[in-house]
Design a protein around this ligand. Structure first.
Ligand SMILES: Nc1ncnc2c1ncn2[C@@H]1O[C@H](COP(=O)(O)OP(=O)(O)OP(=O)(O)O)[C@@H](O)[C@H]1O
Ligand SMILES: [Mg+2]
Length: 1107
């Protein structure tokens, strides 16, 4: 699908007519009415072709927002409603894209909005051109130059609270990409008379009020100023404060702007010092003083102010004072000094103030130019913005107005030239025949003013330079002579009789018929202002100032550069600068903004038709439209034209495939537009009358309505059809869904009913079958039961019969046996009685014995010799047999037990038996020893190297080797000894060293004594008189007492064949050397556990406490 393009046009949504060229009918009334209508609808901009008419709205409208900038950016001039941005965009784009230098000429009377318009143009261009840190700085500096120049060059006037009192032309320079590089500002003729005097209701330049309101106390003190406006004669007091203007805030803005533009701190300081000096100059007053020679002299009234000025500016006070009192004229190396009277002194003072200020202003412009100057030397594209004072017609018009109006004449001239030239060029470019256009050419007025011989400015210069007395009147006379016949010059005194009786023209005035109207000029002051005289003494005094800025402002004061030639007059200077300006403008593509002031009250919403009418007249706007319409009122490139009107013809609608021009031709033929009404250019269609265009517009409107209706119709049809089709589709879907649903429901119902019926039938059938099966089963069971009963009955009957039969058989057998027995007994009774008794007895006995032994065989106890069990005796008569059998069995099993023993075991058991015989039931210690095997050699004498010495000393077989305690008879304490028993000896050896302490032959051991208690004490008594007995008996204790005593007993018996006497008693005597000590065993406490303790009670008694 083709992309929908929405094209807008100036012709869309128009309030009144956006382009005056299309105004029908074209006359002053319709022109004004159109402007008024648009103004009332907040449309302050209207076009005349490419010229923008701007009406000051006197209020801020929301049409300068960044969104608006975007809206107008890169759009065609006629595409959107008229706007200053459209013009700015057009100018900027043709500068950037077509490399054409541009100038924007903003004209209009004071307060019409020229300065605002110039700022809007600059801000638009700043917004749409390139960005970047450097570019932004340039932009910022260019924009910030405005507040500085406005503060010094603008003032409140009756017409405008911010009236520009100088002309300004600014060239903004761009690189090839369209990025700003810098700028150059030219200023024209500052209204310097304002410094010393302001008309009623007006005030001096803003900067004076801004300093006094906004500077800090400290800064004011530095400048030797006071905040009070009324302290200064130069400040008009009646309107020192302006409504809605905050001078203090503006002062801060200005200082900030100066900083951004690049003013150094000391420069700013110097500038304000000069401003302060100017202000203070106004306070210097003079008083007359007569001299002896009768000449008038003046004297400064109060020198205080002069002193402060001199301090501020670094001027020698006496030099300045003298400069105010004398005037030196130099001619041909001759110096003549004359005194100044009071009036001359005041004149000199004011001249100095005006010059100081106007030169300061020019210096500011130069300084700003230095800052904003483009830094590169590459070729630049230039856009010039001219904001120059508009045409001025006051009650009293003086030299300034004359100059300003001259400037406006020149601008009008260039406007006419360029507009016509452009129009003509376009016709040629497009190959359209050029028809001559009648218009008023103001060249004749320009000539009246600037002609080098007969021009008014030339006359004025001539008068000023002429020797002799020169006054304004002589100047007027001269004018009357030279210009009398000029058709635009009027004067009462001229030779032209037309004005002799014109009472509206005073004698001291002349009148010029400017293109914008007649203006009457007061001739008074022309000569003076043109001369712009500053006494040389003053400029020299200024040059001598110790203040670099002031010194620089007055270069002509340098005595080394004394120039006797008169400086160029103000008029000629202005003429020259205007000529330069015009030359400059002619090289550029002009864009016009014609500013109109809607009322004199500076009020919003008021449209004073008379005032507007006046401006339209003198700006020649109607003529402008006429010139524009003289050939063809409207022109448009073929493409947009075809795009706009293609719906009016079947061939071109909706798409034209061929070239646009052919399309337009087809279109115009089809519409039967008279041929004289249009002409085909190379790229544009030219329409002669707006009527034709409006006819086209009407047709278009009508066609658009038809098309809208058609589109509406088709759309509605399409919508309805689509809706219907959708509904139909929906209905089919819904119906099918519904049918399916209802069939589903029906089917479900039938299915469930069927299942129910089916289940009932199945149930009934099943129950019926169950019943039948149950019946069958019961029948079968009954048959089985009956059969079982029947079989049972049969079986029982058979059993009963068999039992009966068996009983009978048994009875027969018993009876038979009894009968046989009876028969046998009867037969054998005679044999039985002789030997049957004994045989039966023997048989019975044998049978019993047999049974007894067979039973005994099964009841035999275990083979353990200690098993005491023995089966019970069955018959009494077997009592002795039973006991004998028990004894034999026991002996047998004992033998059996013994037969298992080795010799070793036998020896052990023999020893144990011996011990049992010796100690059983005698010594309480014995039972515990039964379970302990007798080991004999507890110490491994032969293996342990510790006992090597002992082993070497004993060469016999060791029977016992054991550690015993030998009881000390002195205190009853025990000492460890090794007790050795060999075949022949008893030995006691030291436990540690193994040294034999005592050796007793077994034959010398007479007795061993011990207690009956549970202790291991024993005494070995020795034979009296033997060698061993000399030390006395041994009292020893051992853990293996029973074993030791048994082995000692057995060894003694086998060696000496004598039984060793073992005495078991709880009190026995022991021979210790000569004494006999009684060892007594008592029952002791269990304090020391189970260990018996031995204590010596006295010399004769050792007490052993046994637990
Ligand atoms: N486009 C605008 N929108 C709103 N207010 C405006 C506009 N243009 C001008 N004004 C108002 O009108 C006042 C005067 O405008 P401006 O200073 O531009 O006039 P001017 O033509 O430069 O006058 P002069 O010749 O005295 O310098 C401005 O201070 C502002 O209040
Ligand atoms: Mg202005």
């Amino acid at each position: 699908m083709a992309k929908m393009e929405v094209k807008t046009s100036l012709l869309d949504d128009m309030i009144g007519v956006g382009d005056m060229v299309l105004l029908e009918p074209l006359d002053e009334d319709s022109f004004i009415n159109n402007l008024k209508k648009r103004f009332d609808h907040n449309e302050v901009y209207t076009y005349i072709g490419s010229v923008v008419i701007s009406i000051n709205p006197y209020r801020s409208l929301p049409i300068y927002t960044p969104e608006k900038v975007e809206e107008y950016r890169n759009r065609n001039f006629y595409e959107l409603s008229p706007h200053i941005f459209a013009l700015s965009d057009e100018a900027y784009r043709s500068l950037r894209d077509q490399d054409k230098d541009q100038c924007i000429l903003i004209t209009g009377e004071s307060g019409a909005g020229k300065t605002e318009a110039s700022k809007l143009v600059m801000s638009y261009v700043a917004a749409v051109c390139g960005k970047g840190a450097e570019v932004n700085q340039v932009k910022e500096q260019l924009l910030q130059s405005n507040p500085v120049l406005e503060a010094f060059g603008n003032a409140k006037t009756m017409r405008n609270d911010n009236s520009s009192r100088f002309g300004k032309y600014m060239d903004i320079e761009f690189d090839f990409k369209g990025d700003p590089l810098g700028g150059v500002i030219s200023n024209y003729l500052l209204e310097k008379s304002r410094v010393v005097k302001q008309p009623r209701g007006e005030r001096n330049f803003h900067i004076f009020y801004q300093i006094l309101s906004g500077a800090s106390e400290e800064f004011l003190c530095k400048l030797k100023l006071e905040r009070d406006f009324s302290r200064y004669n130069y400040l008009g007091l009646d309107s020192a404060r302006v409504n809605g203007v905050d001078d203090a805030a503006n002062f801060r803005t200005v200082r900030n702007a100066m900083q951004i533009v690049g003013f150094m701190d000391h420069e700013t300081q110097s500038v304000f010092e000069v401003v302060a000096a100017v202000l203070k100059l106004g306070n210097i007053e003079f008083k007359p003083e007569s001299r002896a020679n009768g000449l008038d002299e003046s004297k400064i009234k109060d020198k205080n102010e002069l002193k402060e000025i001199c301090e501020l500016t670094g001027i020698d006070q006496s030099v300045l004072e003298r400069a105010f009192s004398f005037r030196t004229v130099e001619a041909k190396q001759e110096k003549v000094s004359t005194t100044l009277n009071v009036a001359q002194a005041y004149y000199a003072r004011d001249a100095l103030a005006k010059n100081l200020y106007s030169r300061l202003f020019s210096w500011l412009v130069t300084r700003i130019n230095e800052s904003i100057k483009a830094q590169t030397k590459v070729r630049k594209k230039v856009m010039g913005v001219l904001d120059i004072y508009g045409f001025e017609i006051f009650e009293d018009n003086s030299f300034e107005q004359f100059i300003i109006n001259y400037c406006n004449e020149k601008l009008q001239q260039i406007f006419i030239e360029l507009t016509l030239k452009e129009e003509q060029e376009e016709y040629i470019r497009e190959g359209i025949e050029w028809t001559h256009i009648e218009y008023f050419n103001n060249a004749i007025i320009c000539d009246l003013i600037e002609n080098n011989q007969t021009g008014i400015l030339a006359m004025l210069d001539e008068e000023c330079l002429r020797p002799g007395t020169v006054t304004d009147d002589t100047f007027l006379e001269k004018l009357n002579q030279v210009c009398a016949t000029h058709q635009h010059f009027e004067s009462r005194m001229s030779k032209c009789s037309r004005f002799l009786n014109d009472t509206s023209l005073p004698h001291s005035c002349f009148r010029i018929q400017h293109y914008a109207g007649k203006v009457m000029y007061q001739v008074e002051g022309f000569v003076d202002k043109n001369n712009d005289l500053l006494y040389r003494d003053l400029s020299q005094a200024m040059w001598k100032a110790n203040h670099s800025l002031i010194k620089a402002l007055f270069p002509e004061g340098n005595p080394a550069k004394i120039n006797l030639k008169r400086p160029p007059t103000a008029g000629s200077q202005f003429k020259a600068s205007v000529a330069t300006l015009m030359k400059n403008l002619q090289t550029k593509n002009p864009n016009y903004i014609r500013c109109i002031k809607p009322n004199d009250k500076k009020a919003a919403h008021i449209f004073n038709e008379a005032l507007v009418c006046h401006q339209i007249r003198y700006l020649g706007l109607l003529e402008n439209v006429r010139v524009r319409r003289a050939g063809y009122a409207f022109r448009q490139p073929y493409e947009p034209c075809l795009e706009r009107y293609k719906m009016l013809c079947k061939q071109t609608w909706p798409h034209w495939r061929g070239p646009a021009r052919a399309g337009v031709e087809v279109l115009f033929n089809e519409l039967r537009i008279p041929e004289e009404e249009f002409s085909f250019g190379r790229s544009k269609i030219f329409i002669r009358n707006p009527r034709t265009l409006f006819k086209l517009e009407d047709l278009r409107k009508q066609r658009l309505e038809d098309l809208a209706t058609l589109i509406g119709k088709i759309y509605r049809g399409w919508k309805c059809r689509t809706h219907f089709l959708l509904m139909k589709k929906c209905q089919v879907v819904i119906a099918s869904w519904y049918r399916r649903y209802s069939q589903q429901k029906k089917y479900q119902k039938i299915k469930s009913s069927t299942i129910t019926v089916q289940s009932y039938i199945r149930g009934w059938k099943a129950r019926k079958q169950l019943r039948e099966l149950k019946h069958l089963k019961r029948c079968n069971e009954a048959a089985t039961v009956i059969a079982a009963y029947w079989h049972g009955t049969q079986a029982r009957r058979e059993l009963k019969r068999l039992k009966e039969e068996a009983r009978r058989k048994h009875a027969v057998a018993v009876i038979w046996a009894y009968w046989l027995g009876l028969k046998v007994r009867r037969e054998y009774r005679k044999f039985f009685r002789a030997n049957a008794g004994r045989k039966i007895y023997e048989f019975t006995l044998q049978r019993i014995m047999q049974k007894y032994f067979l039973e005994m065989k099964n009841k035999m106890p275990s083979l353990s010799p200690i098993d005491k069990n023995w089966p019970a005796r069955p018959y009494l008569f077997l009592e002795s047999t039973h006991k004998e059998l028990k004894r034999i069995f026991h002996l047998w099993r004992c033998k059996k037990y013994r037969d298992q023993f080795t010799d070793q075991q036998k020896l052990i058991y023999e020893e144990k038996l011996e011990a049992s015989e010796l100690f059983k039931d005698k010594k309480a210690l014995y039972p515990a020893s039964v379970g302990q095997p007798f080991q004999g050699a507890y110490l491994e004498i032969s293996e342990n190297p510790k006992y090597k010495k002992l082993k070497d000393a004993v060469d016999e077989k060791i029977i016992i080797a054991e550690v015993v305690n030998k009881i000390n008879r002195a205190n009853g304490k025990a000492a460890s000894r090794i007790f050795l028993l060999t075949k022949n000896n008893v030995l006691l050896a030291d436990q540690k060293s193994g040294t034999i302490k005592s050796e007793v032959p077994l034959g010398d051991v007479t007795k061993v004594s011990m207690s009956s208690q549970n202790d291991g004490f024993f005494a070995v008594h020795l034979k009296e008189g033997s060698e061993a007995a000399s030390k006395g008996d041994f009292l020893l204790s051992s853990d293996h007492l029973i074993e030791m005593a048994t082995k000692l007993y057995r060894t003694t018996l086998s060696q000496t064949k004598q039984k060793l006497n073992i005495e078991i008693s709880d009190e026995f005597l022991v021979q210790f050397k000569q004494d006999k000590v009684c060892v007594k065993f008592i029952q002791g406490s269990q304090k020391n556990g189970n260990i018996p303790t031995c204590k010596r009670k006295n010399n004769r008694l050792l007490e052993v406490a046994v637990p």
